[in-house]
Design a protein around this ligand. Structure first.
Ligand SMILES: C[S@@+](CC[C@H](N)C(=O)[O-])C[C@H]1O[C@@H](n2cnc3c(N)ncnc32)[C@H](O)[C@@H]1O
Length: 277
């Protein structure tokens, strides 16, 4: 059965006006969602188009989830990262634009023979798989301690036909041989338990976000483990919190690493630590 399109448009507009503080953004997201789902209607303009009942239901479900604050990427089950499309669901973090800087940083490393990389805390696999597109001859271990996260990474590995990426369930680097890696990369959980930003992140897995010791426990463990499993002159490339650069530089130095550089994010804040064994 077809329903009058105008009914739906009016209903949506009413919802949007009543609940959404950011009308243009939500409107654009709904339009993107509709074309992504091949409805292919510019339904906010052409009010004469009739929609099948199933499509109306889908748009209503979208709107309900959106207004509950569920990230757009979880509703549509996809996220963009470094120009690639990744499947995501609430068992993995939604990839962030600043994390793309990690890929550029590794691309720019002067490391002639890149045989093996490990991505610690791979989540959706976005870092490991983006690197696999660039370094096609390099073995890339996509490590996570969450089986649910790894099952999502596996979907993405298959979708991208990333045959040089190997999912590994492990706590940090515990299963990796000493002195075997050229590069270790990680975007670990680094938010402190009492950080007020957590209030806005309630739909993402807490195990991907929060770390003890003011957000530094995972970072400390990664530094400690990395020193053993990196080859001589191997690199560690790590994302950290907006206020953690000094603490991370100190941990790095105390572990015996040589600082290569701190990379700033789009807000001009130090975000990525690059060091060498
Ligand atoms: C901030 S998310 C990063 C996800 C993805 N790499 C990204 O950048 O979008 C951190 C990831 O670390 C994983 N993780 C947390 N503790 C871990 C541990 N002890 N060993 C391995 N992975 C861990 C979480 O399951 C989560 O997937």
């Amino acid at each position: 059965m077809n329903l009058e399109h105008i009914e739906l448009v009016e209903e949506l507009e009413e919802h949007l006006r009543r609940y959404a503080s950011d009308f243009p953004t939500i409107l654009k997201d709904i339009q993107d969602y509709c074309s992504y789902e091949s409805i292919k209607l510019n339904f906010f303009i052409d009010r004469k188009i009739k929609l099948p009942k199933s499509e109306k239901k889908k748009i209503q479900n979208f709107l309900t989830s959106y207004l509950q604050g569920i990230p757009y990427e979880y509703i549509t089950n996809h996220a963009e990262f470094y120009g690639h499309r990744f499947f995501v669901d609430p068992s993995v973090l939604v990839p962030r634009p600043e994390t793309e800087l990690i890929i550029d940083a590794i691309r720019d490393l002067s490391c002639p023979r890149l045989k093996a990389i490990a991505d610690i805390g791979t989540g959706s696999g976005c870092i490991a798989i983006s690197l696999a597109h660039i370094f096609q001859q390099t073995k890339i271990f996509a490590v996570d301690n969450s089986l649910q996260a790894l099952s999502i990474a596996k979907i993405n590995i298959d979708n991208h036909k990333a045959e040089n990426v190997f999912p590994v369930q492990a706590n940090f680097l515990e299963c990796i041989q000493n002195e075997s890696l050229d590069v270790i990369v990680s975007n670990p959980p680094y938010i402190s338990k009492d950080d007020p930003h957590l209030e806005r992140l309630t739909h993402e897995p807490i195990s991907a976000l929060v770390s003890d010791e003011n957000g530094l426990a995972h970072i400390k463990a990664i530094f400690k483990n990395s020193f053993q499993v990196l080859k001589k002159d191997g690199f560690l490339v790590l994302e950290h919190g907006y206020n953690q650069a000094n603490a991370v530089n100190k941990i790095s130095d105390e572990t015996g690493f040589k600082l290569i550089k701190n990379v700033k994010d789009y807000q001009d804040i130090d975000r990525i630590h690059i060091c060498k064994k």
